[in-house]
Ligand binder design. Structure first.
Ligand SMILES: [Zn+2]
Ligand SMILES: [Zn+2]
Length: 238
């Protein structure tokens, strides 16, 4: 059976799985006037699934006016150039990851690990224009207000997003939730492993009801406690 093209998290807020088993997710916010904002665009081949999911929720490519990227890894911006081309949407990413997108370069990888020294950079994606550079604390005007939470470490410009009207937190890659358990992201993907763990603690202090993950399904019940529990047990610098 085919996977569900889109999962409703709240009225007009959707998770779009772009890979099997909810392993990689895009999010869509639909405004009252029908304009759609996407968060992340998956791997290079994800746009086909994203466009099918949009059709499923009654939106066309031209309804997408804005694409936000949580950070510049290829599982989040691999499909960005194509989605921008198909939709004509503007592209926004935190100011510290913007150059990676424009230049089509992968963010550097933590050199304290052998893998990081060997690989040096995360895989690159096609260069894409960035129209807007985001900053910490900014409240974006879609979906009734989405707050940018700068959580650097995984990449320099990594952000989580808090949808204040519904109490949905999109953790980005600060914390993963694949295969039924919370984990830190792969070390080989982090620019600074220690900083990833340190800044994730911000997510324990925010107020939200549902935790949505770019990797893995959402937590609908006692989400904040689940995140806080993970942070307490798995630590990192406080
Ligand atoms: Zn990542
Ligand atoms: Zn990722």
């Amino acid at each position: 059976m085919a996977a569900t093209p889109a999962v409703e998290l709240a009225p007009n807020v959707w998770r779009i799985p772009t890979f099997a088993n909810d392993l990689v997710n895009t999010f869509a916010f639909v405004d009252d006037d029908g304009q759609v904002t996407l968060v992340d665009s998956g791997y290079r081949r994800a746009p086909r699934r994203i466009l099918a999911a949009l059709e499923h929720i009654g939106a066309g490519p031209r309804d997408v006016t804005r694409i936000i990227a949580t950070h510049a890894h290829n599982d989040h911006i691999g499909g960005l150039a194509r989605m921008r081309g198909r939709t004509g949407a503007t592209v926004a990413i935190h100011e510290r990851d913007a150059a990676y997108v424009r230049e089509g370069k992968g963010p550097v990888v933590d050199r304290t690990t052998l893998g990081g020294r060997l690989v040096r950079r995360a895989p690159k994606s096609a260069p894409t224009e960035v129209d807007e550079e985001l900053y910490d604390g900014q409240v974006l005007e879609f979906g009734g207000g989405v707050r940018v939470i700068h959580t650097p470490g995984h990449t320099p410009g990594h952000v989580a997003l808090l949808h204040e009207p519904t109490g949905i937190l999109i953790t980005g890659d600060s914390i993963w939730n694949m295969f039924g358990r919370r984990t830190w992201p792969l070390k080989l993907r982090c620019t600074d492993i220690a900083m990833t763990k340190q800044t994730a603690h911000v997510l324990g202090e925010l107020d939200y009801k549902l935790a949505a993950f770019t990797h893995g399904p959402e937590i609908r019940d006692d989400a904040r406690e689940a995140v806080r529990g993970f942070l307490r047990v798995k630590g990192g610098a406080q």
